[in-house]
Ligand binder design. Structure first.
Ligand code: UDX
Length: 417
């Protein structure tokens, strides 16, 4: 693994679990030392256990020459953040390629999400370098599970790198998953198109939800009904306060920009992003409907992470909501079981609380942003009701028991219901 960040570390630990020998190279020495001690610097369920259990099969190092000496397949797991233009910043990928000496024995296996055509241009630049595209489809919070039970494995390789492609595919063989063998550009596109489609699916159901609110239908019922159509499928149809995270926004933008660079205007993806931005802000008008102007009101945000089981706050709806609430003059209290520490640097004007109850104390409204299980287990009818100044709940994930809350005297607003 070149890079022991989230992707590199999950991949390393899971390959080791399958019995493979892994060497993971990370440039930050402190990180290498911590990993060697079995300390995993991110919240990912099951990952620390795998790293510890397979410690004898994973070597962490800062040295590229150790990697080149001991391994033949170099999985590139560095990040490719968007630049201001919406193109992907490939400088870290290029730095990895530049570090490799000319060798017919080694292949670079691209795990990082890169624009379509990246493989082709790297191969043009480094003639003779083996190159395989092997995109990852891991979800934060369920990455270990996703890796060990994939829907499919994608391996893209050109004619000259076919043998390397065979070796990459063989690594995944114990998983028994369908394997798509294809060319490099198509593999690159499979990754981007998958994420763009999933983001589209969520934006679609969110728009259906918004129309349901106006027309008196219930989006949960609608999602269940359309999801049974095998052509649609039930997953990724949960309406909510918008999708976030480090991948969807970046990949939708990257695909859109890539198309634009060829002169093609990808209209659908423009709408998918815009719908999501509006969705993140809709909570404000739901609060105003019940509270009037929000100046001087206290709003408790339950959940900061972009989804449960992660401490990742990149592109999280909570950040947009906090900013908008403050813009309306409200006082924001926020609580998250694991993401609060990361949020401290970003939510500078919000009050970060140590518990949900502390955030709810004296609040004029509660907004459930992230469906952490513990929010369902709160004593809403008793302790929460007694503590809040006003019993108003906006359930941004349709997660709480609406009937129970209403019976307890709460004003309940869900999404699309
Ligand atoms: C995503 C892809 O799913 C994964 O395959 C890829 O490798 C990386 O990007 P991730 O960003 O970790 O994974 O999380 P995911 O579970 O896909 O959720 C993304 C966002 O969509 C979250 O904010 C989540 O709350 C939201 N979401 C998801 C919905 O609003 N509704 C849904 O039905 C599903």
């Amino acid at each position: 693994m070149v890079g022991a960040g989230w992707v590199g570390l999950c991949t390393a630990a899971c390959f080791a679990e399958l019995g493979h020998e892994v060497v993971a190279r990370e440039i930050v020495p402190e990180k290498v030392e911590a990993l060697a001690r079995g300390e995993v610097p991110m919240h990912e369920p099951g990952l620390p256990e795998l790293v510890v259990r397979n410690a004898d099969r994973i070597t962490f190092t800062t040295s590229m020459s150790e990697l080149l000496e001991r391994t033949r397949l170099l999985f590139c797991c560095v990040d490719t953040p968007p630049t201001y233009s919406g193109d992907a910043d490939l400088s870290r990928v290029e730095a990895v390629v530049d570090e490799l000496e000319q060798s017919a024995e080694h292949a670079i296996v691209m795990k990082s999400t890169v624009p379509v055509g990246t493989g082709r241009s790297i191969q043009r630049r480094r003639d003779g370098l083996g190159y395989v595209s092997n995109p990852e489809f891991l979800k934060e919070g369920t990455a270990v599970e996703d890796f060990l039970h994939p829907d499919r494995v994608v391996v893209g390789a050109g004619e000259a790198s076919r043998a390397f492609g065979d070796r990459v595919a063989a690594l995944y063989e114990p998983l028994g998953a369908p394997t798509v063998r294809t060319d490099v550009a198509s593999a690159e596109m499979i990754k981007l198109a998958s994420n763009a489609f999933l983001a589209t699916k969520i934006s679609f159901i969110n728009e259906i939800a918004n129309v349901c609110e106006e027309l008196g239908a219930d989006v949960n019922e609608v999602a269940a009904g359309i999801g049974l159509d095998a052509r649609i499928g039930p997953r990724f149809l949960r309406a909510g306060v918008g999708w976030g995270g480090s991948c969807f926004g970046k990949d939708v933008l990257s695909l859109k920009q890539m198309a634009a660079n060829t002169g093609y205007h990808f209209q659908l993806l423009t709408a998918v992003t815009e719908v999501n931005e509006l969705q993140k802000r809709r909570t404000i008008s739901k609060l105003q409907k019940h509270l009037g102007p929000l100046v001087g009101r206290t709003v408790a945000l339950l959940g900061i992470a972009f989804k449960p089981d992660t401490d990742d706050i990149r592109d999280a709806t909570s950040l947009v909501l906090a900013g908008r609430l403050q813009g309306e003059g409200a006082h924001v209290r926020a609580y998250d079981p694991v993401a609060a520490e990361r949020a401290r640097a970003v939510l500078v004007n919000a009050e970060l609380c140590d518990s949900a109850l502390e955030a709810l104390d004296g609040a004029d409204a509660a907004v459930l942003v992230t469906e952490w299980p513990e929010f369902g287990e709160l004593d809403w009818a008793g302790e929460v009701k007694a503590r809040m100044a006003n019993p108003l709940v906006v359930d941004g994930r349709n997660f709480l028991d609406r009937e129970a809350l209403r019976a307890a005297g709460f004003t309940y607003e869900g999404i699309g219901r």
